[in-house]
Design a protein around this ligand. Structure first.
Ligand code: NIG
Ligand code: FE
Length: 403
């Protein structure tokens, strides 16, 4: 048992939790000043003001967190961090006017990274990813989703999924890794159609990985020139039949009715949503599906940000993630990305905090974290700051500390 006392500000988000992360007001931060929490390795036992700490807990040695802010653990619910090479050359082309779609059509993009990734062994992928995970964790992010998807053939996707599983085992419990299978990322040239790729590779490999307990969630790039409505419905139906959760890249480059399809399957999340329609927003609001926005990708691609304010006002549950990948967002720092985009997204502090903690945890199906409540998991982030606003006010400075 451990006691943390004199926490300058403890953001419990218990109010946000009670409202399922929707339509939040300032008081849903459920902020306690000069707070204490009592935890063991598995559970949060007590939360309150330091002066109200029950007698029994006073005998336990305490860590003094005066001058610190404690929040539910920051979750990055969308990354593609297992990859080889980099695409700085493409970034140069984009700065000179080429679009992401033009570069991809000319054979760059995801297919380029797949080629570089193919040359790395499982061990090399594991090692490079370990360094990336440690860096992400240094910002205060303790739960990280990782997608496969730069394999695009049976052996390479299998190798990447095993590397992700090894990362999960290696880092638990300090860092929680969630394993997402995204072979449906792009159609390799050796297949005639996305349909053939789904039928002959994506679904059979998903079945094998599920039987070996190597994956938690299934994702697909539902987008023009990538995967269709039919591909998505077929993959999701099979995945859910196997007991896997689903999420999707939806309405990123075009409005493809992706949000509505995600809602139809009660997907954990629909991600990107730069082009989501009003009908798509209404479908998300009426569903359990989290809308995950990835502001770094919009900034990196030079596109307008997702309509976060409209979604929140419509009653959508909104999360924010990095999308860290070599092509469309080569930035791994979720706190920085959130800081520089929050004002233009129209987000309030409580919406920011719920977006990177509670709602992001729900976007991964993790319902026992994301709020600091007795009985929940003791997954916390700690910052050396005098107010919680200081964390988003200090652009690009890392205030996270380990306790
Ligand atoms: O989320 N949209 C698909 N996947 C990534 C891009 C990956 C890449 O360009 O390598 C994304 O934006
Ligand atoms: Fe992505």
């Amino acid at each position: 048992m451990k006691v943390y006392s004199n926490i300058s500000q403890l953001l419990t988000l218990s109010g946000a939790h009670a409202k399922d992360g929707r339509k939040l007001v300032d008081s849903d931060l459920s902020l306690i000043e000069n707070a204490s929490i009592v935890v063991d390795d598995e559970l949060i036992h007590w939360v309150g003001k330091t002066e109200d700490l029950p007698e029994d807990y006073k005998k336990i040695p305490t860590t003094n967190l005066s001058g610190h802010i404690v929040t539910p653990e920051i979750v990055d619910s969308h990354t593609h961090l297992v990859f080889g090479g980099n695409r700085s050359f493409e970034y140069g082309l984009r700065l000179k006017g080429a679009t992401y779609e033009e570069i991809a059509t000319a054979g760059g993009g995801i297919l380029h990274t797949a080629d570089k990734t193919a040359h790395l062994s499982e061990e090399e992928l594991f090692k490079t990813a370990c360094a990336r995970i440690e860096r992400i964790n240094s910002y205060g992010v303790g739960t990280i989703e990782i997608k496969s998807g730069y394999g695009l053939n049976f052996e390479a996707e299998y190798k990447i999924s095993k590397a992700i599983n090894k990362l999960k085992e290696h880092f638990q419990p300090r860092i929680k890794i969630v394993r997402t299978y995204m072979a449906a990322h792009a159609v390799p040239k050796s297949f005639l159609s996305s349909q053939q790729f789904i039928d002959e590779l994506v679904i059979p490999l998903m079945e094998k990985l599920q039987s070996e307990d190597l994956i938690d969630i299934v994702d697909i790039f539902h987008e023009k020139n990538y995967f269709t409505d039919e591909d998505t419905r077929k993959l999701f139906t099979k995945a859910q039949g196997l007991g896997l959760k689903v999420k999707m890249h939806a309405d990123e480059m075009n409005d493809n009715n992706g949000a509505a399809i995600a809602a139809e399957f009660s997907a954990l999340s629909a991600d990107h949503l730069l082009q989501v329609s009003d009908a798509g927003i209404r479908a998300l609001a009426a569903s359990p599906t989290v809308a995950t926005i990835l502001p770094g990708t919009a900034l990196f691609l030079g596109k307008p940000l997702a309509p976060a304010r409209n979604m929140i006002d419509a009653g959508v549950k909104l999360a924010i993630a990095s999308d860290y990948n070599p092509g469309s967002c080569h930035c791994d720092n979720l706190i920085l990305l959130t800081s520089i985009s929050a004002k233009n997204l129209g987000l309030t502090p409580v919406e920011i905090w719920a977006g990177i903690t509670l709602n992001a945890a729900h976007a991964l199906g993790l319902y026992e974290q994301g709020a600091i409540i007795a009985g929940h998991r003791p997954r916390l982030s700690v910052f050396k700051a005098s107010t919680h606003e200081e964390i988003f006010y200090s652009w690009g400075r890392n205030l996270s500390v380990k306790i």
